[in-house]
Structure formats: C-alpha cells, structure tokens
Design a protein around this ligand. Structure first.
Ligand code: 13P
Length: 252
C-alpha cells in the first residue's frame, strides 16, 4: 500500500558540477527502477541543475528547506513559489540540522508544511529526539509533540501526500544507527499521532522514512520492519555506488 521512498539528503555537499557527475553515473542505473520512489535533495545552488538533469526520469529533486512565505525581505531565503517556478516538487522540512543551526521551531515547521501543501510540494517533515531526551525516557513525548505541532490546523485530504522522516539526532552522522526495533517503535508512535490528527486512513497512507547512519549493509534490516517505509540518507548517498546499493538492498 505504501510505496517505499529512498531519499538522498546531500546537505552542504556537491557543487553543480559534482552533482551532475553523480547523476551521469547514477541515472542510467535506475532507468527501469520501479520498486521504490527515489528522491534527491541537493544544496540550493545545485537544485536547478539537478531538476533539469532528472526531468523525465524516475528521480524526484527537492529542496533541503524553504521559507513559508511567497516573497519578502528575508535575505538568504527561498520561497515555495520560487521552488515551484524551477520545477521543484519536494521539500525537506524541519531537518534537525535546520532546527539546531538555523533555530527552526515546531511552529515554523507547521507554517512550512502548510505552505508546501498549498504549493503541491511533497513535504518530508523531519522529527526525532536527541540523545538526552531518549536517555530521559522522553522519546515518545518528543515525537508526539513534534508531530502534533507540525500537523496543527492542517486540513483537507492528505492521504498519500504526507511523508515524515524519523531521524533520531543521536544517529545522524554518528555511525550509531537505531536498531530496527527502536526505529519501528518510534515510527509506530509517529503513525499513531498522525492518526490522532488526520485519521486512520491518512495515517496508514503516510510514509515514514528512517534516517540516521543508513548504509548499504543496514538498510535491509530496517526496511524489514512493518512501520518503516523508506530511508533518508545523508553521508552514504554522496557516492553513486553506495546510494545505488542502498536502493537495491532496501527492496531486495
Ligand atoms: P547520515 O545518513 O549521514 O547519518 O545523515 C542522516 C540525515 O541527516 C539525512 O537527512
């Protein structure tokens, strides 16, 4: 029912030239790929190039962040209309690195989610607890709160439109991947909270991706869990070979 999604978050890596070199190697290998949806989130300066290069392929290109307003005096920001105008179809919202370094709050995540839906951008809303919160036994409370605020006031039929990424902060870039069981439990909490706000049918159609130290050799065990619908991959998505291996192993 939920088609897996495997997404690459390139963070602040790859110039346009490096992005296109990746795609030259990568795209021919996924030409006939149908087992999962593939998405790539390059840095803003490469996004237009990646959109052009992936046009007509099975790969979706998206932005790593955006503002919620269409225009205004906000130096450094990019708006949903601007993303739409260059053919962007997806956006990451509330990645923990945005929350930590750009001070994005849950309320901002909510505004951005509404803007993404208004502009028909596929939103990937990122949530996840820190190490301290997990140690304090607050994982469930943090996840429920983040999801509840993100979905506050969201109306309409979101069936199949919403994607959430569970990215425990302690697993990002650390090599300490969550165990499949830990991830599955967290995804079940998130899905339950989505059901509280958007109903059971919508919650069942919401894809929940796991992110945090996903590698070719751990993705299959994660994907074997019933609540895990895909992966959001950082470091291991930067090389075509390892991202291809992740895509292949995810649905093997
Ligand atoms: P790593 O895969 O490098 O741990 O990063 C995960 C992530 O933050 C994806 O958004």
């Amino acid at each position: 029912m939920r088609k897996p999604m495997i997404a690459a978050n390139w963070k602040m890596y790859k110039t346009p030239k490096e992005s296109l070199a990746f795609l030259d190697e990568f795209l021919p290998q996924v030409e006939s790929h149908t087992a999962s949806e593939i998405a790539i989130f390059p840095t803003m300066s490469s996004l237009g190039y990646v959109i052009e290069a992936t046009r007509g392929t099975c790969v979706t290109a998206g932005a790593q962040t955006m503002h919620w307003l269409n225009e205004g005096p906000y130096t450094g920001q990019t708006s949903p209309t601007m993303l739409e105008s260059i053919g962007c179809t997806a956006v990451l919202i509330g990645h923990s690195e945005r929350r930590i370094y750009a001070h994005e709050t849950d309320d901002m995540v909510n505004l951005k989610l509404k803007a993404a839906l208004d502009h028909d951008l596929i939103p990937i809303v990122c949530v996840g607890e820190t190490f301290d919160k997990r140690e304090a036994g607050l994982t469930e409370a943090v996840l429920r709160w983040q999801v509840a605020v993100a979905l506050n006031g969201i109306q309409g039929d979101l069936c199949g439109k919403l994607v959430i990424a569970y990215e425990p902060v302690w697993a990002i870039g650390t090599g300490s991947v969550a165990t499949p069981r830990q991830a599955n439990e967290a995804h079940a909490i998130i899905r339950h909270e989505v059901a509280v706000h958007l109903g059971q049918r919508c919650s069942q159609s919401t894809r929940i991706l796991y992110g945090g130290s996903v590698k070719p050799d751990n993705v299959a065990n994660l994907m074997a869990e019933p609540e895990i619908d895909g992966a959001l991959v950082g470091g291991a998505s930067l090389q075509p070979r390892s991202f291809l291996d992740i895509i292949r192993n995810a649905t093997a």
